[in-house]
Design a protein around this ligand. Structure first.
Ligand SMILES: [Zn+2]
Length: 290
């Protein structure tokens, strides 16, 4: 192994603690070098200033001095609290939920999920459909997740631009009977609207582009537990229809959670898709057990 010159950990920590505003230093003492979610609290005990997560709470919080915005956060903070999790997945889930519930001042504003939509093919044409109208956890043939209708149509337009698809055939603009679209004259549309290419070839390129965005239906009958362990603790994350219902320390506590109603959740989908489908995590199907 190559020898690296680095500042010894204790020296780094001492320097970092010294740079911290004095009134916050007592909060730093008991910080564990373990995964979890942390909260910077200001004057209000109920409205946090900032919520973050890390696989190493101690080094993450000590490194919170890098930008002027962070300096301002530290000045306004009175106290730092944290919640341990078994690992990164638990930290991501808890962070997303707390930020959504509490909307801290210093976190980037989160999209609201009320207009969450996707693209669904109807008669070979992509249509914008909404999560509040269709069950995104079980509807097959959905492509992409978008914050609103405009974002969905922009994504479709970008796909059309990249693949020389026809805005007219995609429903993005109205075609005049017997005439190619405006973009076909500019060679930006390959001409499926005016016989320069077949509708099948057009459809094939559309499907190939959309395939990259395809959503995965919830692959289990009901709720599952995703086991996450570290040397210090084990958590079972209870999940149904891509919604995180909560985490428990043992499967015996899972039953009540697993019976909660569960609709599709955007954050859950984003955080959990990879770990649940990679085959690397230990997953217990709760419908077989309860
Ligand atoms: Zn066209």
């Amino acid at each position: 192994m190559a020898r690296r010159q680095s500042v010894p950990r204790l020296e780094f920590e001492a320097a970092a603690i010294y740079e911290y505003p004095e009134h916050l230093r007592p909060s730093l003492e008991a910080l564990p070098s373990l995964p979890g979610v942390y909260v910077f609290l200001g004057e209000s005990e109920t409205l946090p200033l900032y919520i973050g997560k890390s696989v190493n709470l101690r080094s993450r919080i000590l490194s919170h001095l890098r930008t002027p915005e962070e300096a301002s956060l530290l000045r306004q903070s009175r106290r730092i609290t944290w919640t341990r999790t078994a690992g990164e997945i638990g930290a991501l889930l808890l962070e997303a939920r707390l930020i959504k519930e509490q909307q801290p001042l210093f976190n980037k504003r989160l999209r609201r999920n009320r207009q969450l939509c996707s693209l669904l093919l109807k008669d070979a044409q992509p249509q914008v459909v909404y999560a509040k109208e269709i069950d995104f956890a079980h509807q097959s043939g959905l492509f992409g997740l978008f914050a609103n209708r405009r974002a969905a149509l922009q994504a479709l337009q970008a796909i059309a631009d990249e693949n020389q698809l026809c805005y007219g055939l995609l429903g993005l603009e109205t075609l005049t009977r017997g005439r190619g679209c405006f973009r076909s004259a500019l060679k930006r549309c390959a001409g499926a609207c005016c016989g320069k290419e077949s509708l099948e070839a057009h459809q094939q390129r559309l499907m190939a582009a959309l395939a990259k965005l395809q959503l995965t239906c919830w692959p289990w009958k009901g709720a599952i537990a995703l086991k996450e362990s570290s040397e210090e603790m084990t958590e079972y994350h209870i999940i149904h229809n891509w919604l995180w219902l909560g985490s428990v320390g043992s499967l015996a506590e899972a039953e009540a959670l697993s019976r909660l109603p569960a609709g599709f959740d955007h954050d859950g989908y984003k955080i959990l898709c990879k770990p649940l489908l990679s085959g690397e995590a230990e997953i217990l199907d709760l419908t077989d057990r309860l």
